[in-house]
Write a protein that binds this ligand. Structure first.
Ligand SMILES: Cc1cn([C@H]2C[C@H](O)[C@@H](COP(=O)(O)OP(=O)(O)OP(=O)(O)O)O2)c(=O)[nH]c1=O
Length: 207
């Protein structure tokens, strides 16, 4: 028996995990490290930034708020995990693109330069302790031609995605460099998620 397993048995810590997210990508990423949530309960929040709010604090605030909102539905019974991904070009926050016009404007801002992707993660333990952190990754795009922009807009892959592109899809071919965490760009930084959950006493399958 590992030390972590014996700690769990000694303290009788419950092992229920609730993923506070509607994102199938987050569920897939958790599965990648052997974690299957016992429940999925998306938080229904207004994600509008405050006036002059910067990308990093926004990601952190929304992750913490999503986590708290869902924790109130599972008092003292489970670990809750939430995340929020924000794409920033300088101080500017790019939207989760819903229209082709928005997506085209994002591509214009991303083309031929670097931007930052911030993913806030927040977890709450059954004893109410909350832990929140924000992971920053720098991403560089090639200069996009008109043909590339048109093709990407036609693909529809930008729909509902922060910053108007999904690195795990066609846009992966536009990324020349990343500095930071690939899984954080997709929506859940696995290294930090494991650390946060373990820090709160949750047993993760990979020791
Ligand atoms: C930049 C980028 C973002 N994304 C996704 C991750 C997130 O799902 C989404 C950002 O929106 P979020 O508000 O972080 O998440 P969500 O609305 O999809 O789900 P929930 O709030 O319920 O957890 O953009 C990618 O899938 N690939 C990328 O390359």
């Amino acid at each position: 028996m590992t030390k972590q397993t014996s700690d769990i048995e000694a303290k009788k810590l419950p092992q229920r995990l609730v993923l506070a997210s509607a994102s199938p990508r987050r569920l897939d990423l958790l599965a990648q490290i052997g974690i299957t949530p016992d429940a999925i309960e998306p938080a229904d929040l207004d994600e509008t930034p405050f006036p002059r709010e910067l990308p990093r604090p926004l990601a952190s605030r929304l992750a913490a708020q999503k986590c708290l909102a869902v924790a109130s539905k599972f008092p003292n019974k489970a670990y809750i995990l939430a995340a929020d991904t924000v794409v920033g070009v300088g101080r500017r926050i790019l939207p989760k693109t819903e229209t082709a016009e928005e997506a085209r404007e994002c591509l214009r801002l991303l083309s031929g330069r670097s931007h930052r992707v911030y993913t806030g993660i927040s977890a709450i333990a059954p004893d109410g302790k909350q832990s929140t952190s924000t992971i920053e990754t720098r991403v560089t795009f090639k200069r996009l031609t008109q043909l590339e922009c048109d093709a990407y807009i036609r693909s529809g892959e930008w729909r509902g995605i922060a910053g108007g592109y999904a690195i795990q899809g066609l846009a992966g071919a536009y990324v020349t460099h990343i500095s930071g965490s690939y899984t954080s760009i997709v929506g859940l930084p696995l290294y930090e998620v494991r650390n946060v959950l373990q820090g709160l006493g949750y047993f993760t399958p990979i020791i």
